[in-house]
Each structure stands twice: as C-alpha cells, then as structure tokens.
Write a protein that binds this ligand. Structure first.
Ligand SMILES: [Zn+2]
Length: 439
C-alpha cells in the first residue's frame, strides 16, 4: 500500500529543491538540476545518464527497464525556466516558500511541478518492485524556453536508447480547468503550425515635400487592411471536434455525436460559449497577426520600401506552403516580395489510443467527476519533435488551474497549490501504472 501522506511530502520536497536550483535560461545551467535528480534516482537504484550539450547544459535520461511487451513511454519535462525579477514578486522566485496552501516560485507550473510528479512516479514504480510491460523513461531536458537547441533537439540527435522507439510521450501543454464546476482536463494532442512571413513593397524615394502616388507606407497600409478584414472559415480538426464535444458535455449542452449536422452544431456551440475565449477561438481558425512593420528613416524623406512581418498559425490539415498561397491571393498584388522566416507543419496525435483512454480513466479514478478532452494548442512545445516522427505525444499536466494561475506562468508570482500537487501525483501515477501494465 502506498502511503500517500508520505508521497505528498516527498513530491513537495522534490519541487522545493528543484525551484531552489536557479535554471533561468539564459544561461540555463540545467546541469545542477540534472545532477540533483541523478542523485535522487541513484539512491533508489534507478539508472540515469546525464548528456551535456554544452558545459552546464545538462539533459538527464532516467529509465526503468520493461519486459519489452510494448514500446517505451517517455515522460518529458524541461529543467530550465524563464527569468523572474524578484523586485516584482511577493515571494522570492527561487525561495520555494510554502504560503497560503501554495508553493511559490519560478517553474512551479512551467514546469518543475510536473517534473517533480514525473520523478515521483518513477520512484513509486521502482518501489513497487514490479516490472513494467514497457520501458518507462524520464527525459528532463535543457533549453526548452529558448528553442531546445541545447535540449531535446540536440538530445534526439545523440544515440539515446529508447527515446525514438517510444510509442507514447507525456509532456507539458495541457492542463485542467473548472467548467461550471466540472473539472475538465485538456490532453493536448496537437499544436498549430507556424508560418512567419515578411512582405515587402517598394515605393519611389524622394523629398517628402513633393508627395508621390507611389508611397510604400500607403501601399502597405492598403494591403494590411485586407488582412484586417480577413474572415477565415472555421476549419474543424478532429481535435477541435473532440474538444467541443467534451466541453458541451461539461456544460450540459446536448450535441448528438451522429447528427448529420455535427460540425454545424459544434460551430454554433463554440460561437455561443467561447466567443471571447481566445485560446478556443485559435483552435478553430487559421490566424494571421501582423507583428512588425518597418519603413522610413527621416521625416522629410519618402521611404523606398515598407516591410511587414506576419505571424500565421495553422490548423491541422493546412500546410505552410498552402497557406502562403492563400495569403498571396488575399493580398492579391504581384509586386509584393515575400520572404518565409520560419515554418512548421501543424502536428496532431490520434486520440483513439490506449494512452488517451488510460488518461481519461485515471483522472476519473482520482477525481470522479473529471472529464478529459483533446486540445489543440496555439503555441508549440517540444512534443512536436516526437509527433513529426510518428510518435503519439500528449501534453497532460494533471492539475486544475484558474485563469489567473495560468497567467502567473512566465509572469509574476508563479505558484502551484499543494492540493494540485498532491492530486496530480496520484493521477500521473495511475496513468503510468496503467500504461506500464502494473497494479
Ligand atoms: Zn514549459
């Protein structure tokens, strides 16, 4: 029998110790946190290896061997955190103080809280003395907050056994929230694609006292107003359908799954209930946000060019190439010069999997009213590196967060409640046991 009181204390201590190791990226210095975890695992007889991408940039991989009946499960977490300015915080961001039922500190949510749970789950599995049906790997990586070049991206190029043979990955990217009193856990199975593109128009330079009909800024303003009027059609991915159906259930709205007008009903439901929820709206559309505009040097000189940078995010089914074509026909001006700055395909893992079912059941075992819904996130996590290799990756952080708690992530006074930490480790261990095939 597991003594959950003792587990709660242990997971708390793990999180406190991890927050106190300052892994602000840059510079990261994740090696210290990796060494800390290695010592924890060593005490319990769990094998682990540190892979150092550059001096100080530690990545740790720990593993519990399985019987080989199925391919590995990888529990992912990043060791680094974003900067915190102590002057703005009410608690020391690296003090990990317990106050008012919360542990306060940078990384409490993003994502040392999850890392503490994953570490604890590995310890519990090892202590159970059972051999899992598949290898269970924990990969704690560096540099996620700055693009993962010294972290997962680098690690996947090393010959780390098991990582790329994985069947499943669990990572950050999906949390739970209360919807009308019902705890709804988002299991993030997809991420929108990215197209960053620069458009440039030219004008005739000259003295501004004698205006030209060919002013680059005025030309660009006209083109951007076309983007401002852009009304994209809803594109419902499998994930968005699953999300909206689950949310309808949480809100007690009846939508029959085999209705011939299912998509229409779901769109109507989204329009009624999530009109102002930008993260839900982002799931339904390809979006275009102009973010940078540049032209001109001097007040009395007509600019020779004007450039605008657009951040486009794409739903599953769309490609960066395909969307660029749509963008060009929306702008409809052959003289525009286009430059692609960055592109990434959307990723979507299936949800009709054993792991998704186990996650749903595990959340319910611990929290009987809980619902689990798929989720497409507008931003990207490291999961994309696995999904594009055909590995099923889910963002599943088993905690219930309010809107303000979420805003503290990357913000001021980040914290996690002890209730979340204690409930989270129970859910996560249920998941790990389930997919490991142990009791
Ligand atoms: Zn994160």
């Amino acid at each position: 029998m597991i003594n959950w009181e003792q587990v709660n204390q242990e997971v708390r201590q793990l999180l406190i110790d991890l927050i106190k190791i300052n892994t602000t990226n840059p510079p990261g210095n994740e090696l210290e946190a990796a060494k800390y975890l290695q010592a924890v695992f060593e005490r319990e007889g769990i094998d682990s290896t540190i892979y150092e991408a550059m001096p100080g940039r530690g990545n740790l991989v720990a593993r519990i061997p399985g019987s080989g009946q199925a391919r590995p499960l990888v529990l992912m977490a990043h060791l680094d955190v974003v900067a915190a300015n102590p002057a703005q915080w009410s608690h020391d961001p690296f003090g990990a103080e317990i106050d008012d039922g919360y542990i306060w500190g940078r990384g409490a949510i993003d994502m040392k809280g999850m890392l503490a749970m994953e570490t604890m789950a590995l310890l519990l599995l090892k202590r159970s003395g059972q051999t899992p049906g598949r290898e269970i790997i924990l990969a704690a990586t560096a540099d996620e907050e700055a693009g993962s070049e010294q972290g997962l991206e680098w690690l996947l190029k090393q010959d780390v056994p098991g990582l790329l043979d994985a069947e499943y990955v669990i990572n950050e990217g999906g949390e739970g929230k209360l919807e009308g009193g019902v705890p709804v856990y988002a299991c993030q199975n997809g991420e929108k694609g990215v197209l960053w593109v620069k458009m440039k128009v030219r004008g005739i330079p000259g003295h501004a006292s004698m205006p030209s009909s060919d002013n680059a800024i005025i030309r660009m303003a006209k083109l951007l107003s076309r983007i401002g009027r852009y009304k994209p059609a809803v594109s419902l991915s499998e994930t968005a359908r699953g999300f909206l159906s689950g949310m309808a259930q949480a809100k007690g709205v009846r939508i029959s799954p085999d209705s011939a007008n299912l998509d229409y009903s779901l769109r109507l439901f989204a329009a009624r209930h999530f009109k102002n929820e930008r993260s839900v709206q982002a799931m339904l559309y390809n979006t275009i946000s102009p973010t940078i505009i540049r032209a001109g040097e001097k007040t009395n000189v007509l600019p020779e060019a004007c450039e605008a940078t657009l951040d486009c995010r794409l739903t599953p089914g769309e490609t960066p190439e395909g969307f660029l074509g749509k963008l060009k026909s929306l702008i409809n001006d052959a003289s525009v010069e286009w430059e692609i700055l960055q592109e990434a395909e959307p990723t979507e893992s299936p949800i009709n999997t054993e792991l998704f079912a186990i996650i749903r059941n595990s959340a319910q075992t611990v929290n009987p009213k809980a619902l689990t819904v798929p989720y497409l996130s507008p931003g990207a996590t490291d999961s994309r590196h696995f999904r594009k290799r055909g590995i099923t990756a889910y963002g599943f952080f088993p905690v219930i967060l309010s809107e303000t708690e979420l805003q503290r992530m990357h913000g001021i006074d980040e914290r996690i409640s002890l209730t979340n930490l204690h409930q989270g480790i129970r859910i996560l261990y249920e998941v790990v046991k389930g997919i490991a095939g142990v009791c």
